[in-house]
Design a protein around this ligand. Structure first.
Ligand code: ATP
Ligand code: MG
Length: 395
């Protein structure tokens, strides 16, 4: 009996990237090998238009499920590789289709090796007539039970039936690095995933206000990041002690302005840390209009403290769609665990939805926030969340 020999990996958007393509393929291949490292029998063939993974008797289901989550892969197919010989293509197609379930079929042949002796239509006709002659299957060109794909490429011919749609996007690591603001809510982990999907590596910054916020928040963040490890194997988490800054804000600004000031401090800290860590942008889970600090007016006043680009992947998404995404990636159940965030503890009854920058600056001038920021940065705690082992404090 003949068996599927390879997985054919098709590239996502990187096929449009011209001269950077080589680097993209190299990085994607590294990501794939890292994701599949436990399957020792696999071997890899990296080509300009596809990556082929030879199964060498490895079960394909778990391999395909890993590949589905790797950004930069558009789709994969489980393929049978054979010589470019029409007699063999006919014989092996017949044998393979006998294992498929269904009553109707359609042959979809593609010849990218133009030197092959038959055209795509001729291949289709030869293979289909052989199947009609030797089985009870019928042809249905519109809605076949069994789509039989044949591709004749430069290196070999391929026969396959199923294509699995994958994550798409760009390979992680081709898009530089972001300092991502991770709160422990629903939105920021979803936003982190969307950044990674575009090939951007993340480092996370979290503002913690002990004793108002508990250690439980940190465990929650670690659990969230372990889910995100599926896409990025190692994630650095910076925990910023935020208590003194928050207390200073509450001593120096009216309650309604506290959130605006607090978020400006968060962005100042994120900006400083991002530069220190060579991140090119800051990103967050903010979504327009969701809460008082996320009106456009609030965002403008808050954003004014940094001239780094701030990317907000969830900015125009509805909450329900963000929730759906977080369920899909597996962070939702962790995000809804109850916890006290520094924001939830000091939530004023009537936060400003239309804060005025002159007012904010007036309140900020009442205390020496620069030295508080320096102190917080000097006391940052770093954790390293990795899918490889459970030791958190490697770096
Ligand atoms: P989330 O569901 O991500 O917590 P949210 O809807 O609760 O978001 P906010 O609390 O206003 O909204 O926070 C908006 C964004 O600011 C968050 O998505 C996150 O990126 C960032 N942020 C908020 N609090 C913190 C924090 N304690 N540490 C780090 N980032 C934070
Ligand atoms: Mg929040």
């Amino acid at each position: 009996m003949i068996n599927y020999s390879h997985i054919m990996v098709r590239f996502g958007e990187l096929s449009t990237k011209g001269k950077n393509k080589k680097d993209f393929i190299r990085i994607l291949a590294e990501n794939i090998k890292r994701g599949l490292k436990e399957y020792e029998n696999l071997s890899y063939e990296i080509r300009y238009d596809h990556i082929y993974i030879a199964l060498n008797d490895t079960p394909y289901d778990p391999v395909i499920s890993v590949l589905k989550d790797i950004s930069g892969i558009r789709s994969v197919s489980l393929v049978y590789r054979l010589e470019k010989d029409i007699a063999k293509i006919k014989a092996d197609s017949l044998e393979l289709i006998k294992n498929e379930e269904g009553k109707t079929f359609k042959v979809l042949a593609k010849r990218s090796d133009k030197k092959f002796e038959l055209t795509s239509e001729e291949i289709t006709r030869a293979v289909a007539s052989n199947i009609l002659k030797n089985t009870t299957l019928k042809v249905d060109v519109h809605n076949p039970d069994i789509p039989l794909n044949i591709e004749v490429r430069d290196e070999a011919a391929y026969i396959f039936f199923k294509t699995y749609i994958c994550a798409g996007g760009y390979p992680l690591g081709v898009g530089g690095k972001t300092m991502h603001m991770l709160s422990g809510g629903i939105d920021s982990p979803a936003a982190a995933f969307l950044m990674m999907k575009r090939g951007v590596t993340i480092e996370c910054i979290h503002f913690a206000s002990p004793p108002y916020t508990q250690m439980g928040v940190i465990y929650k963040l670690e659990d969230l990041l372990r889910v995100l490890n599926k896409w990025q194997a190692k994630i650095r988490l910076h925990i910023i002690p935020f208590t003194k800054i928050q207390e200073a804000i509450y001593d120096n600004a009216p309650e309604s302005y506290c959130i605006t000031l607090m978020r400006r401090m968060m962005f100042r800290l994120a900006d400083r840390l991002a530069r220190r860590r060579k991140c090119l942008v800051i990103s967050s889970g903010e979504s327009v209009g969701q809460v008082a600090s996320q009106t456009l007016q609030s965002m403008r006043v808050i954003n004014a403290v940094t001239n780094m680009p701030v990317i907000r992947p969830c900015a125009v998404m509805d909450k329900i769609d963000i929730i759906d995404l977080s369920k899909k990636i597996g962070t939702y159940e962790i995000s809804i665990r109850p916890y006290e965030d520094c924001c939830t503890i000091f939530t004023p009854k009537n936060p400003k939805t239309m804060p005025q920058e002159e007012e904010v600056v007036k309140f900020e001038s009442k205390f020496d926030y620069e030295s508080l920021i320096n102190e917080a940065l000097a006391n940052v705690e770093v954790k390293f969340i990795s899918d490889e082992d459970d030791s958190n404090n490697l770096l």
